[in-house]
Design a protein around this ligand. Structure first.
Ligand code: AMP
Ligand code: MN
Ligand code: MN
Ligand code: MN
Length: 281
């Protein structure tokens, strides 16, 4: 019998994905995904549309969100992403946290626009906002900078303007990791450390992050993602087992492209405990 295909991390137009929730679900169905979690940045606005579409396609939808958090590590404040899975979307604690994060995001988006204006790029906030149907993220600024011809692709936009330390970077005072985990738990969900190898830190520091996350009662870690080497997957699997974390899988799909696809190559190593054994029980 064929194994089920799980993808527990992807984005829609509710944040910086380019497909609407219904289009995303359609694509997931075409790719054979059986269990899907939509995890927009600090937003659950896409879940209702995704649920209706999943019901039509026979896909099991798990409520998801990717919460932006702050953590100090390897000499500076870092943005760490905590995925919440399987929570009650009507939870007052979750609603309050996401409202706070949205206010921070709006504030930061306006400040990024002001910085770009000082750099001789006017009306960038309006431009980024026009490209967003939900939360305004740095990805929308990157797309705006490409649109007006300031840079030739998103990577360049981050390198020249938007990454930490670059002239249009604005630090946001996101919630801390322990609070994000607590809120996810209060809402009845499981907290997952997203894409551990994508924080630009040495393995020694990532391990410290994993230890903190585990001590703050985090539940799982993304073991399988797109574009990893087998060694990288094994390394994260080892950390998962060392710190009693469940193993999650997620493409982190944002838009159709050659190297990241919904549900693609997300097989877990044999020696870990898949998070869906807790989520679907
Ligand atoms: P924000 O949550 O507003 O800080 O935006 C972060 C989002 O921008 C991430 O979720 C990615 O989708 C995107 N992003 C971050 N760094 C890069 C990069 N170097 N190149 C392309 N996209 C990026
Ligand atoms: Mn994103
Ligand atoms: Mn992320
Ligand atoms: Mn993501």
């Amino acid at each position: 019998m064929n194994e089920k295909i799980y993808d527990l991390h992807c984005h829609s137009t509710a944040s910086d994905g380019v497909l609407s929730p219904a289009e995303l679900v359609q694509r997931a169905a075409e790719k054979g995904v059986n269990v899907l979690a939509l995890c927009d940045h600090d937003s659950i606005a896409g879940l209702a549309e995704a649920r209706t579409a999943c019901q039509k396609q026979g896909i099991h939808l798990i409520n998801g969100v990717e919460i932006s958090t702050c953590w100090s590590g390897q000499g500076k404040d870092r943005g760490i992403h905590i995925v919440g899975l399987g929570f009650d979307e009507t939870s007052p604690e979750m609603t309050a946290l996401l409202a706070k994060q949205a206010a921070l995001r709006l504030d930061r988006a306006i400040q990024i626009g002001e910085k770009l204006a000082q750099l001789g790029i006017p009306d960038a906030y309006q431009g980024a906002k026009a490209l967003a149907s939900g939360e305004v993220t740095r990805a929308h600024y990157a797309r705006f900078l490409v649109q007006i011809g300031k840079v030739s692709n998103d990577t360049q936009a981050f390198k020249r303007y938007l990454s930490a330390g670059k002239p249009a970077y604005v630090k946001a005072d996101w919630v801390d990791i322990a609070t994000a985990i607590d809120v996810i738990h209060q809402a009845g969900g499981l907290a997952v450390l997203a894409h551990p190898l994508r924080y630009n830190m040495t393995n020694r520091w990532i391990k410290r992050l994993v230890v903190d996350f585990s001590q703050w009662h985090g539940d799982g870690i993304e073991v399988a993602g797109c574009g990893q080497s087998p060694d990288q997957r094994q390394l994260i699997a080892r950390w998962a087992n060392e710190h009693q974390l469940l193993a999650s899988v997620g493409s982190d799909f944002h838009f159709p492209c050659a190297w990241i696809e919904l549900g693609k190559s997300l097989t877990l190593p044999e020696n870990v405990l898949p998070i869906w054994q807790r989520l679907l029980q």
